[in-house]
Design a binder for this molecule. Sequence first.
Ligand code: PEP
Length: 253
Amino acid sequence: MRKPIVAANWKMHGSRQMTRELISAVDEGLDNGWSVEVLVCPPFVYIDEASKQLAGTDILLGAQHLNPNPGGAHTGEISASMLVDLGCSHVIVGHSERRAMYGDDDQVVAANFVAAQEAGLVPVLCVGESLEEREQGITDQVVCEQLSAVLDAAGVEAFANAVVAYEPVWAIGTGKTATPEQAQAVHKTIRGLIAGHSDKIAGDLRILYGGSVKGSNAQALFGMPDIDGGLIGGASLKADEFVAICAAAGTLE
Ligand code: PEP
């Protein structure tokens, strides 16, 4: 059985004090008996603070973005090896906010995915359709194209050491969650696409749902057969909500 993951994407929120307080409150709320991996992705500048606070806990540390180049003249950018140096094990690639606002197209996302893995990081690859695309009935096509760009660049074996997050753009930060059935249908499509290349890798791949997940809707989503946890934005900034989501993932029958 796949162990669920609940990942916190703090986006551009926080301070050093908030980093300490939020991580400490989440760690206190988590129960060792829950079967869930918990990952926190703070803004770059708070990763080091988070790393210190996470020492001795089982909570994993990740980043929200990276530059695919190994180093050099890339003013303002952060490389994969720098993230490893700070103690990160994971990095989010292809978040819809980066795709929409910072020019991260499928090629950039694929390059980021490959660079992350080459440095030993586990990429959390985000895919998802806009409202317009859903209304046009092309959700599966959009998601498969986003996934195929990475499959073509990295090969299916790369997905043995990656996580996929299905995040419908219309559900991110809007309070409109996909129904468990809507999400399950797309998760099944994603797993099916990977299974077309390798049944084993598809069967082991963790596919997270993201988009207005809260303590109150997490259990119904995570109870679906192809949903293996969540990527959490807004609710990850409130310790009690985030812990409730971790509980929902970690106590599935
Ligand atoms: C996200 O940023 O990845 C996200 C899912 O945000 P929210 O939970 O706020 O919808």
